[in-house]
Ligand binder design. Structure first.
Ligand code: CU
Length: 98
């Protein structure tokens, strides 16, 4: 949790955007479009189940019900996001260069 708080406190580049993805009813919310390197995504678990937002390589957030976590997109490319507990939960993110 300490690491997440540090991420929150880190100043973002002026052009970086912040997106929110809500997890609910065993599914990821709509995938943000036009993502760029340096943008951040806040994942919010609004479900009654524990979920992860996992992309390898990339990030791995383990989110209890009601928890949230933020990731900064570091590399361009396609990220295939899954929940490790529910492999049918998937999301595809396309990250463009900065
Ligand atoms: Cu899940």
């Amino acid at each position: 949790m300490g690491a997440l708080l540090l991420v929150w406190a880190t100043p973002h580049p002026a052009e970086a955007a912040r997106y929110v993805v809500d997890i609910k009813n065993m599914a990821f919310g709509p995938a943000p479009q036009h993502l760029k390197v340096g943008d951040t995504i806040l994942w919010r678990n609004n479900d009654i189940f524990r979920h992860t937002a996992t992309a390898k390589p990339g990030f791995d957030l383990d989110l209890a019900p009601g928890a949230q976590g933020e990731v900064t997109l570091k590399n361009p490319g396609i990220l295939n996001v899954i929940c490790r507990y529910h492999p049918n939960m998937t999301m595809r993110l396309a990250v463009e260069k900065e």
